[in-house]
Design a protein around this ligand. Structure first.
Ligand SMILES: Cc1cc2nc3c(=O)[nH]c(=O)nc-3n(C[C@H](O)[C@H](O)[C@H](O)COP(=O)(O)OP(=O)(O)OC[C@H]3O[C@@H](n4cnc5c(N)ncnc54)[C@H](O)[C@@H]3O)c2cc1C
Length: 402
């Protein structure tokens, strides 16, 4: 009886092993076929081979990890692509779309890799990664106040290239310079100029995409419905966006920024209450963000801190007079205000010292990497003071920030 059991167990183990081996061989064959398909669809003047990374390539992991911006998705258990294509030319994207379709595998598109849920480089289905970071040219034309920007560029690179050509132009977008243009604009893109100029997607004039049939289309040939969808609907659901033509906006040569922190002992509750009632209605040139966190006082007790961070498209004199009249509870003083250029205000908002050379915006690696979980919601009615107080209580219990 014992022998029989042993034979059954050995047979089961070998069946499982065989099936694993068979699957591995099948995958290997599939991968080789897929690579062959890419090579077959490569244009002779733009060879694709140097853009292909398989798990056998020594730099496969470093290429994959170089744009993972959330440590939650950089675990050994995180599903990995069977291939990475770091496209160097639009024909490589066309090959990727064609081969992905004919092989029935999922294609993930990654630009800056800042997706909160790792959607650009993780999947539970067999998938390959189309990485856009090599396609990042930025062509600024100040005369027409426009720029063609490839989606592999970061926001920091866009801001820098605009500033290289003009001190009085900018682009309304998010505040983190390493975010990618591809995900940001196709998902809308909000930032500290949105009160005056709307979100990034509101400032897009044209786009180049590769559709599901591998066709290269511009605004006219894709049609207005698709053009609408790739400006807020999330690009990957509709096409691979190769480039956006953006409209630059005018900014004054001098802007003013400030950050003012107030704890509960400095009337944070009343100030937050007033902020809720005035912030949405201030002049459109003024944006004030509120951030909340818990800090420990010198006595060792916890307190809540409200930080008000602002960009004003104008000088400090005008800002002070607006604040005195409309938001007096904050008690903004001249010494809180920093006058600077618009491009330097980007550094301020990224907590980079203002004396730093703006070349830092070309740095594609974030200053820190975290385990991130973020969720957004919109408050449509001011939260009453009692609600704020219970929020503070909960935050201090959990010792967290929002
Ligand atoms: C630290 C941090 C700060 C942020 N700050 C802001 C902010 O101030 N304002 C704001 O609005 N948002 C902000 N975001 C959110 C950010 O804008 C979005 O997560 C955005 O989608 C990231 O774009 P990406 O190209 O870097 O990301 P990716 O992870 O590369 O892509 C995000 C999504 O877009 C798709 N996609 C990427 N490129 C293309 C393409 N070329 N064609 C089609 N689909 C594509 C991906 O497949 C994925 O679904 C922030 C995110 C982080 C992590």
């Amino acid at each position: 009886m014992g022998k029989l059991k042993a034979v059954v167990v050995v047979t089961m183990i070998s069946t499982v092993l065989l099936s694993i081996l068979w699957r591995a061989t099948l995958h290997l064959e599939d991968n080789e076929n897929f690579v062959r398909c890419l090579l077959d669809h490569s244009h002779p003047s733009h060879p694709i081979s140097s853009a292909i990374y398989t798990p056998k390539s020594s730099s496969f992991s470093s290429v994959l990890e170089s744009y993972i911006r959330n440590l939650r998705f950089n675990e050994s258990s995180t599903p990995k692509p069977f291939l990475i294509l770091t496209a160097l030319h639009e024909s490589h994207i066309q090959a990727a779309v064609t081969c992905g379709k004919s092989h029935g595998v999922q294609m993930k598109i990654r630009s800056g890799g800042h997706d909160y849920e790792g959607l650009s480089y993780v999947s539970t289905l067999p998938f390959f990664l189309l990485d856009m970071f090599n396609l990042r040219s930025i062509d600024v034309d100040i005369e027409t106040e426009t720029a063609w920007v490839q989606t592999g560029a970061t926001l920091g690179e866009v801001f820098y290239r605009i500033a290289e050509k003009s001190k009085t132009h900018g682009f309304p977008a998010g505040v983190c310079p390493t975010v990618g243009v591809g995900g940001h604009i196709s998902g809308a893109g909000y930032g500290n100029m949105m009160r005056k100029y709307g979100v990034s997607a509101d400032n897009v004039l044209d786009a180049l995409i590769i559709d599901a049939n591998g066709r290269l289309l511009d605004r006219q040939s894709m049609g207005e419905d698709l053009f609408w969808a790739i400006r807020g609907g999330g690009g990957a659901s509709f096409a691979v966006v190769l480039a956006y033509k953006i409209k630059l906006v005018r900014v004054p040569e001098t802007v003013t920024v400030f950050q003012v922190d107030r704890t509960l002992e400095e009337d944070a509750t009343d100030i937050v209450d007033q902020w809720q009632h005035v912030a949405y209605n201030l002049p459109q040139e003024l944006f004030i963000r509120l951030m909340l966190d818990v800090v420990v006082k010198s006595s060792g007790e916890k307190t809540l801190r409200a930080s008000f961070v602002s960009l004003f498209l104008g000088d400090s004199e005008s800002l002070l007079s607006i604040m005195k009249e409309r938001f007096p509870k904050l008690g903004l003083s001249k010494s809180d205000c920093i006058e600077t250029s618009w491009v330097k205000s980007v550094l301020f908002w990224s907590n980079i010292p203002l004396e730093t050379d703006i070349q830092v915006l070309l740095d594609r690696t974030p200053q820190t990497l975290d385990y991130l979980k973020r969720k957004s919601d919109y408050v449509r009615e001011p939260i009453p003071k009692a609600g704020l107080e219970s929020l503070w209580k909960k935050m201090m219990e959990l010792e967290t920030g929002i």
